[in-house]
Each structure stands twice: as structure tokens, then as C-alpha cells.
Design a protein around this ligand. Structure first.
Ligand SMILES: [Ca+2]
Length: 305
């Protein structure tokens, strides 16, 4: 190797070394900038999320307070659902807040299928089978759910006791875990069922002021679609103020109306509230079930998404 090529190779190595160091530094720098950027985004996201969470909670507190101070609530709206945007829930919150709510007891109580002594409630079982029929769902689903809840391990449907809970449902979303109950069926059923009994865990009572036609028709096999529509029509003008008001509705003046008196309610007790806050593309939802007891409220369920 001559001197020239030696120098070139020396300079070359030095240059390569310099390039390598620079490259390493650039990598470090890029990583550093990236980390700072990410943590700024995370902080920003976290801080927004905290503010949204607070707005959601304020929305729940506000709506539950208003509901319990209103006195007897016959329904949240004639169709059973309340949807209400709230402006300026707190001074600092600039985003959107939406409250939606429905009466849990406008739906069929799955826990009513089994009495607290473990026996099946045949009246409730028949109501549920009629509801399934009205929703065009296989009636055998009733047996799957009975087995899931009842304490014994005697199968009503093959395999239905396998890993069954053998106890009351605590949340309606538990229907997605029931063996043999397909997801698509559970989805359809979800909007028509509750796990909160009106006065007891196994109560079959349904609030006639907010129940949909499919649920009203299920209460008694003599209630046709036309008769259910008459109830909906009546309450759209004015809610029933007492259970005996059912006998004022055409078609319910006689034995049918009388027989419904112990099976229905007209006052809202358990409300599911969704509070959705959104700001600059970030969203937060709080879902809760609140029981109104006079002027106070008891939280039965709470989930933050
Ligand atoms: Ca069982």
C-alpha cells in the first residue's frame, strides 16, 4: 500500500466512523423527539380524557338528581327512551355531552325465570317464551337461560348446564356468556331484557308506560298487537297514573285488564343512563343503572368506557 492509498484508507475509516457516529446520534435524536412527541400526545390524551370523564360523571349526577327530585316519573318519554344533549355541564368543559336513558323495567326481567327458592317460575317462563316468539327467536332459548340461572344441574337442553352460572345474572351482558346462546340472538334479545326486578330480584313486573309492544304482548297471551298498540296510543297522550288505569283502555275494561293489575307498574324505579362526552375526537362513555328511592339514588351498576 503506498502512502496515498494509506491516507485515503485512514481518512476513509475516519469518515466512516464520523458517519457512523452521526447516524447513531440521528437515530437517538429521532427516538428522543418521537418519545417526547408521544408522551405529549399521551399527556394531552390523558388530560382530555380526565376532563371528559369528569363531564360524563357530572352528566350522570345531574340527570340522576333531576330525576329523583322530579317525584314520581311515569316514563322517560312515551317511547321509553330519553335522549338529551346537555350544554355547559361544567364551566370548563367545551365539548359535547349527551345523556340517554331508559327504564330497565320496560323490559322482561330474566332473573324472574327462577324463584329465589330455586324453583322455575312457570308464569314468567311463559311470558318469556311469548316474548321470544314475538321477536322470532327460538323459544328453546328460555330453557338455556333457566338452566344458566337455576341452581340444579339437570339439563333442559343438551349441554346447557355445562359451566352454567347457577345463580342470578348480575348484568345483562352476561347473556353473551350463556352456552348455546348465539351472539346474534343475544344481540337481538339484549334490547328487550333486564336483570333488575322492579321490587325484588325475581319480580316479573313490567312498567306498562314504557314497555315496547313485543314486551306488552308477552305479559298475557290475550294481548294482541292491536291491544298493545292501544296501550301505546293511550300513554302517548297521557301516562297511566295508577295500575288500575289499565281498565280505562278500550279492550282492557274487563277480566283481562283486572288480571294485569298485579303484573304491571306505572312508575319508573330503575333507570339505565348513558352519559357520552366528546371533545376533539376523543370520546368517553359512562353507563350506569340508578335506582330511584324517594329523593335518593342507589347506583346498581357502573361502567366507564
Ligand atoms: Ca342450572
Amino acid at each position: 500500500m503506498n502512502r496515498l492509498s494509506y491516507l485515503i484508507s485512514q481518512r476513509g475509516s475516519a469518515l466512516i466512523a464520523i458517519l457512523a457516529i452521526t447516524g447513531f446520534m440521528v437515530t437517538l435524536l429521532v427516538e428522543f423527539v418521537h418519545r417526547v412527541y408521544i408522551s405529549t400526545i399521551s399527556y394531552d390524551y390523558w388530560s382530555k380524557s380526565q376532563s371528559l370523564s369528569f363531564a360524563c360523571k357530572s352528566g350522570i349526577t345531574l340527570s340522576a338528581k333531576v330525576m329523583s327530585e322530579t317525584g314520581d316519573i311515569y316514563y322517560l318519554s312515551p317511547n321509553g327512551t330519553l335522549i338529551m344533549p346537555i350544554e355547559k355541564v361544567t364551566d370548563s368543559f367545551q365539548g359535547n355531552l349527551l345523556i340517554s336513558a331508559y327504564d330497565e323495567n320496560s323490559r322482561f326481567n330474566l332473573n324472574s325465570l327462577v324463584y329465589q327458592n330455586g324453583e322455575i317460575n312457570l308464569i314468567s317462563y311463559q311470558i318469556f317464551k311469548r316474548l321470544l316468539k314475538n321477536l322470532q327467536i327460538n323459544e328453546q332459548i328460555a330453557d338455556l337461560i333457566v338452566d344458566w340461572i337455576d341452581k340444579d344441574n339437570i339439563e333442559r337442553v343438551r349441554g346447557s348446564e355445562e359451566k352454567a352460572k347457577n345463580s342470578y345474572l348480575d348484568a345483562v351482558d352476561e347473556i353473551y356468556q350463556i352456552k348455546g346462546l348465539e351472539f346474534e340472538i343475544a344481540e337481538r334479545l339484549h334490547d328487550y331484557v333486564t336483570v333488575y326486578g322492579y321490587d325484588r330480584i325475581d319480580s316479573t313486573i313490567i312498567n306498562i308506560n314504557s314497555a315496547p309492544a313485543a314486551v306488552i304482548m308477552a305479559i298475557d297471551d290475550r294481548i294482541t298487537k292491536d291491544l298493545a298498540e292501544r296501550i301505546i296510543q293511550y300513554r302517548s297522550l297521557e301516562p297511566l297514573k295508577s295500575v288500575s288505569d289499565i281498565t280505562k283502555i278500550s279492550g282492557f275494561e274487563g277480566a283481562l285488564g283486572q288480571s294485569l293489575i298485579g303484573k304491571i307498574a306505572v312508575i319508573v324505579r330503575k333507570i339505565r343512563i348513558f352519559s357520552t362526552a366528546e371533545q376533539e375526537g376523543v370520546k368517553r362513555i359512562i353507563e350506569t343503572v340508578v335506582e330511584l328511592q324517594g329523593k335518593s339514588q342507589i347506583v346498581r351498576y357502573w361502567r366507564e368506557i
